[in-house]
Design a protein. Structure first.
Length: 358
């Protein structure tokens, strides 16, 4: 009897403690933004780190399969996030490639979230650097409303509304208009999931400038319009992509890092959470601008505490993280086995590996 009473006391105490914790942490259980940090369901800061992967009706790799790779990404690579590149059911019209092998989004979400990975669904419907026309925007809004309704109870599913929109200098108000429409489509579905918004200028936020001078804040949609777009929504973070605009060869590593760090600091000063949604290069480590930018991205991410999602876990166009000799039948993220360091990493695959294994 005494043991039973002790056990009951422990159970009641645990329940009371749990109720108290939830009372003191009313937003726990979902991802949200506090200041410049993404806060996870455990009420701790969360830094997204991982890779881009193929999602429904995706492009550029006609044969890549995303299923059955969650285990190696979570357990071997130690990623915590994947960005699923998706198109509307008709595919992305600007690519000429439509991969239909990853159409079971529910199954992909289940596989990856069961491993504790965030699944960021990213819509790539319009050609990078452009804007959707009205008819396309209508279809995109309907698609996002449906997706948001399906995953409103899945906090580990995030919504990246539009890949690399616009290329106007200075940043265009069209960026606000388009994203407000898509954000409203998500929220009207009752979904409070984290939403990620790409910056402009092919996602790079530098106004097309490939020089060594500091970026012009007016060319950054996030700095110029981020507060207006976000409003009182506490689950909106921002993303920029790091390619040629961030790798001017005429300066050195320190100069490139300082330029990018200054941009990150300006976004943080504006009160926004930021991550690098894409970075990578098809060229040798030195000295293509994309390669120099990729190396800088990992250094700056580590020093500023922001996340990185490499492009691409299933690359076949030179952006591979592992050496697959452009063989589209190879999954991409090779299973190297527990606690083994792979021997077939490309140079930027090594950057990702080291970043994830810090």
């Amino acid at each position: 009897m005494v043991k039973l009473l002790v056990l009951l006391t422990m159970v009641v105490s645990a329940i009371v403690s749990g109720v108290t914790w939830w009372r003191d942490h009313p937003e726990a259980g979902r991802f949200r933004v506090e200041g410049t940090q993404i806060i996870g369901p455990d009420d701790e800061p969360f830094v997204p780190a991982g890779v881009n992967m193929l999602g429904p009706d995706a492009f550029f790799n006609p044969s890549g399969r995303t299923a059955e790779q969650a285990e190696v990404l979570a357990e071997v690579w130690r990623a915590n996030t994947v960005r699923l590149n998706a198109c509307l059911p008709e595919g992305c019209p600007y690519t000429g490639v439509r991969n239909t092998l990853n159409g079971d989004l529910d199954a992909l979400v289940d596989e990856y979230t069961d491993r504790g990975l965030v699944v960021m669904i990213a819509l790539h419907q319009v050609e990078p650097g452009t804007w959707p026309d009205d008819a396309t925007l209508d279809r995109m809004a309907t698609w996002w409303h449906d997706v948001a309704r399906r995953y409103a109870d899945e906090p580990y599913v995030w919504f990246n509304l539009l890949n690399e929109p616009g290329s106007d200098e200075p940043a265009s108000r069209r960026w606000v208009d388009v994203h407000q429409r898509l954000l409203s489509a998500v929220r009207s579905a009752g979904a409070r999931n984290l939403v990620v918004v790409d910056g402009t200028s092919w996602g790079q936020e530098a106004g097309g400038d490939r020089g060594a001078d500091p970026t012009d804040p007016e060319d950054s949609a996030i700095i110029t319009f981020g507060t207006e777009l976000k409003g009182s929504d506490d689950a909106v973070a921002f993303s920029f992509h790091v390619y040629d605009q961030w790798g001017p060869p005429e300066t050195d590593d320190a100069g490139r890092d300082a330029r990018m760090t200054e941009y990150v600091q300006r976004v943080h000063d504006a009160g926004h959470a930021l991550l690098i949604g894409e970075t990578g290069s098809p060229e040798a480590e030195c000295c293509d601008p994309r390669s120099l930018a990729t190396a800088s991205a990992y250094r700056v991410a580590a020093s500023t505490g922001i996340g990185v999602l490499a492009w691409h876990g299933q690359g076949i166009d030179g952006y591979q993280l592992v050496d697959v000799d452009n063989d589209v039948s190879v999954p991409g993220m090779i299973d190297v086995g527990p606690d083994m360091v792979p021997t077939n990493l490309t140079w930027h695959g090594r950057l990702l590996w080291d970043f994830l294994h810090r």
